[in-house]
Ligand binder design. Structure first.
Ligand code: HEC
Ligand code: HEC
Ligand code: HEC
Ligand code: HEC
Ligand code: HEC
Length: 383
């Protein structure tokens, strides 16, 4: 048995070495999507500038919502800053974290054979705009026009407006929340595969798009004094929102002889839970509490994807639940009478990764990386 493990490990290492020596760039294939900023944009007529705060002069509610979202922190987010340092300020990170070329100190373009990245200094770089990360203009402004979701052309805006379908489907979100599989030859799906994950399962079948769960619908005027319209809150709650996390799991338990049959379902996320960033994982602790309040852990489950990054990207384990998927396990029922409970904690990263970011990449954030979201929730056991 030991021999088989050692020799298969040896073959695996040899295989990786051969692939690596042959041509590593073929595997880390760069593509247009992840190397192209939105072209330089100037402020549309009728708006003071491209700054979110200036759009906010009129669209104040939307502006205040956006300010609380991670989109507004995509550049100043301390975890991003530390990881960007770790990756030697790789300019391709900025394509999604600060999408307008005005926001980047360097401009990049891909060589004709798609193998080399060329970069040059950007004369139009605006450091103030960079700090805004994914701002209003990043999603709405192209060539002096502000695009939006309204098909009926009764909008009376002081700036040029036009309808754009991508606000009403997943296209806009997928631009950054999905990197297609063909870019990573040895993976079924790309690392950032939220978009693809959402294309199958219960929510896709019901016609849900990202906005349905991440931008709650609301009726209100776009600006004080204007008619009320159907729109959406610009909040994008995700893994940092306890309320959003509480929607993910549902549990069922049934006593069969001396076992408890426990079913855990991802009934609330439109994609894998967790999705996106591979550092993140969720731990569920199932415990028994007897009449005296004594607690015994019956089972701990960690939902996580393990990825090898070097020399080739490779997912070697992934036990996360897809949208609507369930996992059923049997627990041995304790002899003492009592009740079944669950606790859930969302982890942004491991303590080890946090320590490394603090020691080597000057992370100063005191933001908690362990976020409890299910606290002593009882699971009723059916007979
Ligand atoms: C001087 C005030 C003002 C400023 C500044 C302003 N807007 Fe507007 N905007 C309006 C008004 C008024 C409407 C239309 C309201 C209506 O008809 O209900 C509008 C409409 C819109 C729409 C809907 C477009 C559609 O047809 O779907 C979007 C999107 C939008 N604005 C985004 C922005 C962005 C992004 C900025 C900053 C770059 C901005 N606005 C700056 C006042 C402003
Ligand atoms: C990540 C992309 C994104 C960013 C950033 C963004 N929006 Fe939007 N915006 C959308 C989407 C998607 C819709 C369509 C919502 C819907 O279906 O009504 C929208 C709709 C709107 C509308 C039409 C009214 C409504 O609620 O639908 C206005 C006005 C608007 N945005 C203004 C802004 C302003 C101002 C900012 C910055 C403070 C901003 N947006 C930032 C994606 C974005
Ligand atoms: C220009 C690229 C871009 C677009 C377009 C975009 N996002 Fe994002 N989104 C990001 C980045 C980058 C972050 C993480 C920011 C950070 O903290 O560093 C993020 C964060 C989020 C989060 C929070 C994640 C968390 O961990 O809590 C949610 C939810 C989200 N986006 C949903 C959406 C939805 C829905 C759309 C489409 C309406 C959308 N995004 C469009 C790039 C984008
Ligand atoms: C049926 C509702 C639903 C739909 C549809 C949905 N999401 Fe989510 N999303 C959630 C819930 C609930 C969470 C919190 C659980 C979690 O962190 O996975 C979440 C978390 C996230 C996060 C945070 C990452 C994480 O796992 O912590 C991102 C980013 C995100 N969603 C993006 C998207 C994008 C992009 C789409 C569309 C392609 C989308 N979501 C569609 C419900 C939904
Ligand atoms: C294809 C678009 C894209 C590119 C390129 C990209 N990111 Fe992101 N990044 C995202 C999205 C979308 C999120 C939102 C959270 C998620 O999906 O888990 C995110 C989230 C993050 C987070 C987590 C933030 C938090 O608060 O938890 C870090 C850190 C990060 N990115 C660093 C980087 C670095 C460093 C690079 C370059 C090596 C990079 N990203 C390149 C799209 C991108």
């Amino acid at each position: 048995m030991k021999k088989i493990i050692i020799s298969s490990l040896f073959i695996f290492i040899l295989l990786i070495l051969v692939i690596y020596l042959l041509n590593p760039k073929e595997i880390y294939q760069l593509n247009k999507k992840t190397t192209q900023f939105v072209d330089y944009q100037s402020a549309p007529e009728g708006t003071p500038s491209l700054r979110a705060s200036d759009c906010g002069l009129c669209h104040s509610e939307i502006y205040h919502e956006w300010q609380t979202s991670l989109h507004s922190k995509a550049f100043i987010d301390p975890f991003f800053t530390a990881y960007h340092k770790k990756d030697n300020q790789d300019p391709t990170c900025l394509v999604c974290h600060t999408p307008l070329s005005n926001q980047s100190p360097v401009l990049i373009n891909l060589s004709d054979n798609s193998k080399e990245l060329k970069s040059r200094v950007n004369p139009d770089f605006d450091p103030e705009l960079q700090k805004e990360g994914i701002n209003c203009a990043g999603c709405h402004v192209r060539k002096g026009v502000i695009y939006g979701p309204y098909k009926a052309r009764d909008i009376k805006a002081p700036h040029p407006v036009a309808f754009e379908q991508k606000f009403l489907d997943k296209t806009l979100c997928k631009q950054c929340h999905e990197v297609p599989s063909k870019d990573f030859s040895l993976m079924k799906e790309g690392i950032c595969s939220t978009g693809m994950e959402s294309d199958t399962g219960i929510w896709a079948a019901r016609g849900f798009i990202c906005q349905d769960c991440h931008m709650p619908a609301i009726e209100r005027p776009l600006m004080t004094g204007f008619p009320s319209r159907s729109g959406r809150k610009h909040l994008w709650p995700g893994g940092y929102s306890t309320q959003q996390l509480q929607k993910v799991f549902s549990f069922k338990a049934q006593k069969i002889n001396d076992k408890i049959k426990l079913t855990i379902s991802n009934s609330g996320a439109g994609h894998m839970a967790p999705t996106g960033d591979t550092d993140r994982f969720i731990i569920l602790d199932f415990f028994w509490q007897d009449q005296h309040g004594k607690q015994t852990i019956l089972k701990t489950i960690k939902f996580k994807r393990q990825v090898i990054w070097q020399p080739i990207m490779f997912v070697f384990s992934d036990n996360r639940l897809g949208p609507g998927q369930s996992l059923t396990i049997n627990l041995s029922a304790p002899e003492t009478p009592g009740k079944l409970f669950v606790n859930g904690v969302y982890h942004v990263m491991t303590d080890k990764s946090l320590k490394r970011l603090r020691d080597k990449y000057k992370l100063t954030s005191e933001q908690p990386i362990h976020r409890p979201f299910i606290n002593n929730r009882q699971i009723i056991i059916k007979k």
